[in-house]
Design a protein around this ligand. Sequence first.
Ligand SMILES: [Zn+2]
Length: 131
Amino acid sequence: MDKSWITTKKPGDPEYDVGVVEYIKFAVTNSEGRDVIPCPCHICHNLSYQKVDVILVHLSKWEFDRTYTCWYRHGESRVGTSSMGEKMDNSNVYGEYEGNNLEDMIDEIEERVENDPDVTIEDLISDSEKP
Ligand SMILES: [Zn+2]
């Protein structure tokens, strides 16, 4: 996966948008149906867990955390470590958060991204705001 956009592109660059969508796809695929995932924006630094629509808004306003080029918080295995162990560690990180519609929303976003490779962050955000 090409992640050079993380260090070279800024919000608003088409390549950044494409990269963010790639990231969302990756994170959602590895979210195992959870409602919130760590937000990798420059402000949240993966310390704050957010819904996907919030993350999209953050990443359209603020830069992706430039140090976060190996997405181990979102299921990517770190070099030299087993991804199994990482996954186990993640299992209780998500806390007691209870969401209702987010799973549907993630499904929708996933579907949208799959059907339309040119989808932009703005499209995803405005879609998720629809009732
Ligand atoms: Zn954030």
